[in-house]
Design a protein. Structure first.
Length: 262
């Protein structure tokens, strides 16, 4: 005997048949995508346990260079060491699962795209992953060494830098992950302009709000009051915003041409 569909299943099926999801369908789709992301993150984080210690030693490199000596982080709480271990594993897991995260994001927005627009997945995923990797590399080779050198050497005759794992590793991990995410802004802006959600004109006119938003984001990434670290973080984000406007022009023109053809 066939099982009768529940009201929720009926709503989802009706939304799919109409070519667009209902609100309930969107929530159900979001739940499915988040489940895939959570499973992928759990698996990659568990895998990252095997090399969390070597990664920790690697992350201490900028600190060791700034003080020109052996680094010994001071643990002030009993659980601080293991918390740092799990934090490094979680970041490594997030990096390894980024292809899955981006693919699930794409799958979530696919129902709102046309058949031709769905083919852009072959551009979106590689370009987003490349920009994410470039953001991590930029943070590691440019931002973090400059920030650590400045912070460790500030009034070094008075202050002796003896940082804790929570302070130092947390600072480095935030810089790496969020700068990597921020570097994906151009490709995201391009695709939302490509589907007609935003225009280059709107981005240009709202540049003041964008600067404020970037300043807030930089403050979140580097929760310190020194202007040097914050400016070092803001500079590439502002450049990326300008690049995003240029890509939005391209995406908007493609959207207008596709609408004209239809």
């Amino acid at each position: 005997m066939a099982k009768a569909n529940s009201p929720s299943d009926t709503l989802i099926d009706e939304g799919l048949e109409a070519g667009s999801l209902t609100l309930l369908g969107h929530l159900n789709e979001l739940r499915i995508r988040l489940t895939y992301v959570a499973v992928a993150l759990l698996v990659t984080t568990a895998f990252s346990f095997a090399f969390a210690e070597p990664v920790l030693q690697f992350l201490l490199g900028p600190y060791a260079q700034s003080i020109e000596g052996i680094v010994e982080l001071q643990t002030l709480e009993p659980t601080e060491g293991i918390e740092t271990f799990f934090r490094i594993s979680l970041l490594s897991g997030a990096i390894f699962s980024m292809p899955v995260i981006l693919y699930q994001f794409w799958q979530f927005i696919v129902p709102g795209l046309t058949r031709n627009e769905k083919r852009y997945v072959f551009i979106f995923l590689p370009s987003a992953l490349i920009l994410f990797a470039l953001g991590i590399l930029f943070a590691w080779f440019v931002l973090i060494p400059a920030a650590i050198f400045f912070l460790a050497g500030f009034l070094s005759t008075i202050f002796k830098p003896e940082w804790t794992p929570t302070g130092y590793i947390g600072f480095v991990l935030r810089m790496l992950f969020w700068i990597g995410i921020a570097f994906e802004m151009p490709v995201i802006i391009y695709f939302v302009a490509r589907v007609g959600v935003v225009t280059a004109k709107a981005l240009r006119e709202q540049w003041r709000f964008a600067v404020v938003g970037i300043a807030v984001l930089a403050a979140i990434i580097t929760p310190s009051i020194d202007p040097v670290t914050m400016l070092l973080t803001m500079a590439p984000l502002l450049i990326l915003y300008v690049l995003s406007i240029g890509l939005a022009v391209v995406g908007q023109r493609q959207f207008e041409r596709s609408v004209a053809i239809e």
